[in-house]
Design a binder for this molecule. Structure first.
Ligand code: FME
Ligand code: ZN
Ligand code: ZN
Length: 423
């Protein structure tokens, strides 16, 4: 249970943000921006600007000016949007931010990632007003739209803008993931998503005929080959040789074939076309050309009347051709600053990981910026995109303390940050 007024106030502020429905397909960005800018009025030196790289898709940037504006700044990023929720599958309505007697706050976005957005601001407020702390480096806090649908009208455009360049960013923190254990998790890379569609054509014919080279047969042969590949990758995970995020995942997401009829599909015709779609995720360490060759030779070979289309939803290399990985060793001075700051706040970090899914962090790493994924949530189940997503009050409040320590350390770091390298 909560100790004091400040804690109660902080939780109710978090609830207010959670009650704004920024779920796709029609996120209410303007209410979220209003809420955040309103809150920021209580932090006297915090300034803000609102940018638009697509209409009705605001990018909100707060700036906490440091005393040395020549030093590269710190960026703390979160996204405004969330994935949809199916209210009938939830014990409490997903935008009610129901606060249960055992301290859970239920809402879509509670973990992913509205917590970190308000925590950043709460931490800055506390540093400025209670601890009379002033940063050396400027700290920017960004709230971007569209992350959940790929970030293309959000961070992708923002990170490539003149406005972004002007922020003179040297180091970035973005969202991470909850930890069921006692250690916080930190992510130094994301997997890169490909949307793969394979198509088969083949001989049409009567549903009763047996012949080679029908479209369905050709597609099903590919499905077998791909399923085998998937099994081999998954076996590496199951026997403990690799983490989930360290292998290539390939999961079927649609199948499309058949000749429609008023009652469903025509049953006595073998179709001449069939297609399947896959969500493919590549760790930054793999050779994309090798996978492309495998797809061309084994998964969708032209000799089996197959073709394919790959839509890359993110780069695998930065502008220098280096894999999109932020070093977690001495070659990256920010790493130890970050690690120590978490320790000072009483937190422990688990071994740095690659994230299974994909975040906006990739757009910053693409620009060569050292970027970690971090959400200070521990001893809590991983509920992002799940029904009944919740965060616990004490975990949320502890997270603010952790960010206070991190922001203090990062913004005071006097060392050379010229290593905006990413390898
Ligand atoms: C095509 S990029 C999609 C980004 C999305 N991010 C969060 O879930 C994801 O599927 O990982
Ligand atoms: Zn997220
Ligand atoms: Zn998400």
């Amino acid at each position: 249970s909560l100790q004091n007024d400040q804690q109660i106030e902080r939780i109710s502020r978090f609830q207010q943000y959670l009650r704004i429905n920024t779920a796709h397909p029609s996120p209410d960005y303007s209410s979220a921006v209003n809420f955040l800018t309103n809150f920021s009025l209580s932090i006297p030196s915090l300034q803000y600007q609102i940018l638009h790289f697509a209409s009705n898709k605001p990018v909100l940037i707060f700036t906490w000016p440091g005393s040395d504006s020549t030093l590269p700044s710190i960026l703390l990023n979160s996204h405004l949007d969330s994935v949809p929720a199916e209210p009938s599958k939830w014990v409490h309505p997903p935008f009610s931010a129901h606060y249960s007697s055992d301290g859970k706050i239920f809402a879509r976005g509670a973990q992913d990632d509205k917590c970190i957005g308000v925590q950043y601001l709460e931490a800055i407020k506390s540093l400025e007003l209670e601890k009379d702390f002033w940063p050396l480096r400027t700290v920017h806090v960004s709230f971007v739209p569209e992350e959940e649908i790929g970030g293309f009208d959000g961070m992708a455009k923002f990170a490539n803008s003149e406005e972004f360049k002007k922020l003179n960013i040297g180091f970035v923190l973005d969202e991470g993931q909850a930890s069921p254990g006692d250690e916080y998790r930190v992510f130094y890379a994301d997997r890169s998503p490909w949307h793969l569609v394979i198509k088969a054509v083949g001989m049409p014919g009567h549903g009763s005929r047996m012949y080679d080279n029908s479209a369905m047969e050709n597609l099903m042969k590919s499905m077998e080959v791909i399923t085998k590949f998937r099994e081999v990758q998954f076996d590496l995970v199951k026997c403990g040789l690799a983490a989930n995020s360290e292998v290539i995942s390939v999961n079927p997401v649609f199948l499309n074939a058949g000749i429609p009829s008023p009652t469903g599909f025509v049953m006595n015709m073998q179709p001449s076309e069939a297609a399947a779609g896959f969500d493919v995720r590549l760790p930054p360490t793999v050779d994309p050309d090798a996978l492309r060759r495998r797809i061309a030779e084994e998964w969708a070979p032209a000799w089996r009347n197959m073709s394919f289309d790959i839509t890359e939803k993110g780069a695998l290399r930065d502008h220098m051709g280096r894999p999109l990985m932020t070093p977690t060793n001495d070659s990256n001075p920010w790493w130890s600053v970050f690690e120590q700051a978490v320790a000072v706040a009483g937190g422990k970090l688990a071994k740095p990981e690659i994230l299974s899914s994909t975040t906006d962090a990739r757009f910053m790493r693409e620009r060569g910026l050292p970027t970690f994924g971090f959400s200070p949530m521990k001893n809590i189940p991983i509920l992002l995109h799940d029904h009944n997503e919740f965060l616990v009050d004490t975990v949320y409040l502890e997270g603010i303390k952790v960010y206070e320590s991190i922001i203090k350390s990062l913004s005071s770091f006097t060392g050379s940050s010229s290593s905006s390298s990413s390898s």
